[in-house]
Structure formats: structure tokens, C-alpha cells
Design a protein around this ligand. Sequence first.
Ligand SMILES: *[C@@H]1O[C@H](CO)[C@@H](O)[C@H](O)[C@H]1NC(C)=O
Ligand SMILES: *[C@@H]1O[C@H](CO)[C@@H](O)[C@H](O)[C@H]1NC(C)=O
Ligand SMILES: *[C@@H]1O[C@H](CO)[C@@H](O)[C@H](O)[C@H]1NC(C)=O
Ligand SMILES: *[C@@H]1O[C@H](CO)[C@@H](O)[C@H](O)[C@H]1NC(C)=O
Length: 702
Amino acid sequence: MSSIVVYALCLSLIVQLCSSVCLHDAVQKDTPVVSPPTLFPHTTRISSRATSWVPQLPLRVTPWYLPGESALLSPAQNTQLQSAIRDVTKTIANMLSVRRSEGPLLLNRDMNKFCRSVWGDPSLPNYKRCGSRDMSYYGERCLDVVIPESHLHGYEVWPMNGTEPTLVTPEGSGVPDTDFLLYVRVAQTEKCALQPLVIAYASYCQLDQSGRPIAGVIVFCPKRLREGVYQHSHIVQVSLHEMLHALGFSSRLFEHWIDCSFHESGHECSSRSRVTNTDESGQLRIYTPNVMQKMGEHLGGGNVGAPLENQETPSSSHWESRIMQGSILTASLSPPHLTYIDPMTLAAFQDMGWYRVNTTMNDQFIWGKGAGVSFGLPFTCQETLSGFFCRDESQIGCHHLHLDKGNCSTDTFLDGCHIYKPLLHGGECWLKQDIQGPEEIYHPQSRCFFSNLTKELKHESVKGRCYLHRCLAPNSFQVKVQGSEWIDCPAGELIKVKGFEGVLMCPNGRLCLGFGQPSLPTSASITASISTIFPSATVPGIIVKVKMMHGFKWNKEKKMLLMDEIVGVIAQHAGVQRCFLHASTEPDKDLSFTLMAGGSNNCPLHTPGSSPYLTLMTLIDYPITYDSLQFSTVTIRLCSPVSHNPILRKVGLIGGCFCGIFFVLLILTVSWCKHRARILQVRDVYHSQVINTEQKHDVVGV
Ligand SMILES: *[C@@H]1O[C@H](CO)[C@@H](O)[C@H](O)[C@H]1NC(C)=O
Ligand SMILES: *[C@@H]1O[C@H](CO)[C@@H](O)[C@H](O)[C@H]1NC(C)=O
Ligand SMILES: *[C@@H]1O[C@H](CO)[C@@H](O)[C@H](O)[C@H]1NC(C)=O
Ligand SMILES: *[C@@H]1O[C@H](CO)[C@@H](O)[C@H](O)[C@H]1NC(C)=O
């Protein structure tokens, strides 16, 4: 049996998100918000004493997918979207707790809309109640979404004196187990069209008694999702960012934040007199107690308000980019592995008054740490002393977290300040790369260091390079360059390395800070390939191999579930029913299993006319989510039919590969094709698919 190994390069599919735009403020401005009839925004008595005995439990965000709209995306993209939303709701449940109300969630109707007249005489028993309905009332909307009647409270009209109202619409059944109802819409809206960089935007549309948002909508622009460039972690990041706006970090909600600091001792919550204010330099800041305390601790000075983005006027729902680089709530987001839920964001949610915040979620947040209260002001960022900003645009340096190389650049939110933005495509020290400097090492444990190490006796300029590191203690570590021993790298010092000219700078306060390892994309370490063995005349099966490149140890149950997932995807794309394909073996050690094909009485063959080959051949970039890891198929391919068995022809030779989110070299094994000519035929077959990665294919052995 000859076997041919084809190496395929899966192009990195990430695009720089730094230029993405958040539309929240603009959208929120146009979203009418409905509050319960009893809410008078500026009263001081906001919630009753009784509620202080209700325990605070994790916030339950329930997504509500609008029927029909899923047609805009492929089943795979829908799966991807839903899995991203699941991850976001999980993160939010970890982060925020609320006092849950009893029963299913019901949304309010806007009395100004459904009611034409209200009893206005205080002496009447039905004073302030609706006296006649507005016949043109069309129901409620949340942004552009028509809220289903079953999610809404009923309403009635009252006679002038009587005690019996006339029911117009009964109470809806509501949405069970829900603290925040999220309408998920996929639509190429005008906003998507006007702002081609927008992936998603969100707004809230209903508040509860205490002013907490209880319903909102998130709109995904399908064009962006379909481009396939945004992978799981990006969609999660953008959705989380938008959700945090909808849950309370929104300039229009600042005035609704309440002070519940004495709530535990039985006092009522009161409205906050002022959340934002402008400082002497004209910078708008949030001045609430927890935010000020966290901002002060972070910068290493006294209490100081946390600044909002000054490029978005008159008010912003984002933190100032210069001072909060890397926070999930800046207007321009760093790539997901460099973005954190920072302490100031958590403090803000605490100060909203509606939530109890899980402070153990405090992620690593290094930007500006200990740099003093004047850190990041437009006139101080030119001094590069803090080590956070840069000036020289010509040299490659290191992003401040030292995971990636960076280039010194600026953007509209930085007010002329320059920072090292991560160089994507090749700048990730933690990813294996094809091209590397002679002394560099790219590895999950590598970090970016400023150095001009060279083996040759020539002048080298200092720039960002990737070397291995290992932590000894907080802020204490060793480095290893290609061909050297492990050497101590005292934080803040320049060191020499035996056998090299030049120096290496050991960063201070950036590495090994005891936060644990930064969370790199989990799937980055996984590469899987599916290979197939062409079916023989007697065994109508194909063998699917999923190869885990980095030795993931999975138990049998997990393997079975992943197998099931893969079979489902193949069946879907082959245009055959799921029951048509069955695994005849359990996944073995390497996660390979034999897939059998065949109809039976209970499983009729698919409708004639549609060709299963062609659908299979388009199985490109098809995400499979399993165990919160995202695998993307790069290609699943077919040999031209050689079998005369119609069933076999349907399955044909499938070979393909999966790749993790960010990545890498994939191995694609195509076995038992009898001769090279057939392999060439294979390549011809899918040549027409215009797959970028095809050009990188290289036949290595026959
Ligand atoms: C708080 O967050 C941590 C880390 O994400 C998580 O392990 C823990 O379960 C959370 N606690 C609560 C009460 O949700
Ligand atoms: C309602 O009650 C007021 C006095 O309480 C009375 O003047 C009025 O006629 C009553 N209206 C109707 C429609 O019964
Ligand atoms: C550096 O960043 C700029 C954008 O600010 C980009 O256009 C340029 O290509 C980058 N340089 C390198 C070497 O990647
Ligand atoms: C490396 O950089 C240092 C500091 O800028 C400089 O003194 C030294 O001459 C450089 N060495 C080489 C080999 O370029």
C-alpha cells in the first residue's frame, strides 16, 4: 500500500480587529427603552427591603434566535454563532449575579403606545390607569425585533369608576429561567452596510423596577460572519463586548446606576447622584467608589476616576484607549488573546448596583500598572519612560504583554500616542512559525524580548525577537535562545548571552507575575486531520482519522462524542441522512474510526438529483465545535469516482484536515490511492474550488 502525505498549510485566518467599530452608542440612541410603569427614574427608594433576603445567583442570559433568519448563514455558521453565544453567556454567569425574580420573565408594554387616554383625575379610583386603548398599537419592539406576544405582559383598560377592567390582551407565558432575554438577530441591516467593519452591535430595550436592563438585542452582520475570517474567539470577544454594553456599561444607562452599598444591612438602594464628570483637562471619567478605588490601585496613586474615550463625544460607553489598552471595553479591541476583563470593568459592574460581581475573575491587566495617575495622558505618552508607549515607528518591538512582536503605531483613539500593536501573521512568539531569526525560538513558552543578539560581528539594531522563557518566581525568569543554555534574566536588566554579540533586555513587571499563564487560544495547540482510506470492494467503509497533534488525552466518552460530531458534519455535507453513515468501530487511541455507509429500510437514500460529491467537496472552513474547542475543516475532498458501487460512490474518498483557530501546519494523509495519477486527479478535482491553501500543497512522498 502506498501512501502519500500531503502537507497543507492552513492560512492564518485572523484579521486584525483593531479597526473594528463598535456601534453601541449610536444604536442605543435610536432604541426606545421601556420600563415598568412604576419606575420613576430619580426616586431614591428603588427596591424594597424584602429583596435584601433574596440570594444573588448567576445571571441567566437566554438567547432567543429569531426564526427564519438563520437561513442567512450556513448550518456551520449558525452552529458557530450559537456556540459563541453559549460561551458568552457562560462567562457572564461566572461574572455577574443578580437577585432573581420569581417566575418566567415577562417584558413590559409601553403605556404611551397601547393607551390612548389615561385617567388623570387623582380622585378617581382608577387614577393613572389606562382608560382607552390605542387601536393602532402594534405591539412592542426591541430595536428592529418584534417582541413575541408570549414574552409580554398583558394589558387592560379601566372604566372611570368600576373595579373590573376589560382585558385586551392576556399575560404572555414569559420566558422561564431568565434574567436577561437576548434577541439574537442575523441581518444585513443598514448599519451593517454602512459600517463594513462591524461584526455585531447590541442595545438593551427594557429595564426592570430597579433600572437593570432585562432585555436587549444583538445583531450580527452576516456578511462579516460569512467571510469566514472571524473565528470563534473573535465572535466571542465581540459578543461579550456588546453584551457588557447591553447589561449596563452604556452611557445612556449611567444615570440609572444605583448605590446599593448598604443594601446588605437592610437599607434601600438609592440613585447615584452623579456617575461621570469631566476632570480639569476635559477628560470625561467615571467617579464611582469601586471604579475609583480599582483605578487608583492599578495606576499606583490615590483615588482617580476611570477615563472614558474622548474621541467619542458627547459621551462614550468605552474606556479610554490610551489608559485601558487591552480591556474588553475599549473602543478598539486587541486580538482576543491580548484582551482581558479588567478590574475597572468589574468595578463598574459592581457600582451599577444591580449585580454582585465575581472578583476572582480579575484577569491579568498589565497596561499602565503602577505607572502613576498621569499615565497615558496625550502629553505624557510621548515620554517612553513608562515602557508602555513607543516612538520609533521603524523598528519591530514587542507588544506590552510580550506574547507577540509588535510594531509601533497609532490609531484614531490614541490621540497621537504610539503603542506596539501586535504583528499578526508571524509575530506570535507562542506559535510555531516557518520563518524565524537564526537565534529565535517560537514555542508556546516563548515570549518577545528586545534584543540585538547576533552570532556575527556586525552591528545589529535592537528589536523584538522571540526566545524561550521559564518562570522561577513572580517577575523572575530565565531565557534560552537558539543554541544557548537557560540563563537568568533579572527583570529590568540587560544581559549578555555566551556565544553571542549584543544584548537582551529582560522586561520588568510583564512576565511571570503569578497570574498564571495567559490564556492563549486553547485550540491553538490542537491540529487534527481527517484522512481516509479508500473503500475496498468488500468493505464499504472509509476510515476517518482525527489526529491530535499535541497529545490531547481524551477519555472514551469524549472521543465518542467528537466522533459523533464529525459524522454529523460529513453526513450533512454529503447530503445524506445522518443514519446513512455509521461508525462501525469505536475511536481508537489516535481517534480514528471506520465510517460505514449504507441505506436500510429505516434510512432511505437521499433524494435523487442532488449530488453528494459536490456538497462534500465544498466542506471547507466548516467549524466543528466540541468540548469548547473549535476545529475548522480546511478541506474535505473527494477522489473522482472509481467505485462502481453506488453507495461507495456517494462517500468516495474523503480527505481533509481540521485546523485550530489560529493556524498551522496540517497533515493530510491520503492513503491507498493506487497511483500518483489519481492523486493528481484529486488535486484537479478540487482545484476548481479555488482554495488558497491548495497552492501550498506539496506532495511529499508516494
Ligand atoms: C468566579 O469566577 C471563577 C473564575 O472564572 C470561577 O471559577 C467561579 O466559579 C466563579 N464564581 C462564581 C460564584 O460564579
Ligand atoms: C364616577 O364617580 C363620580 C363620583 O365619585 C361620579 O360623579 C360619576 O358620575 C361616576 N361616573 C360614572 C360613569 O359612574
Ligand atoms: C505596522 O503597522 C502598520 C499599521 O499601523 C502596517 O501598515 C504595517 O504593515 C506594519 N508593519 C509590519 C512590518 O507589519
Ligand atoms: C546592541 O545594542 C547595544 C545597546 O543599544 C549596543 O551598545 C551594542 O553595540 C549593540 N550590539 C551589537 C552587536 O549590535
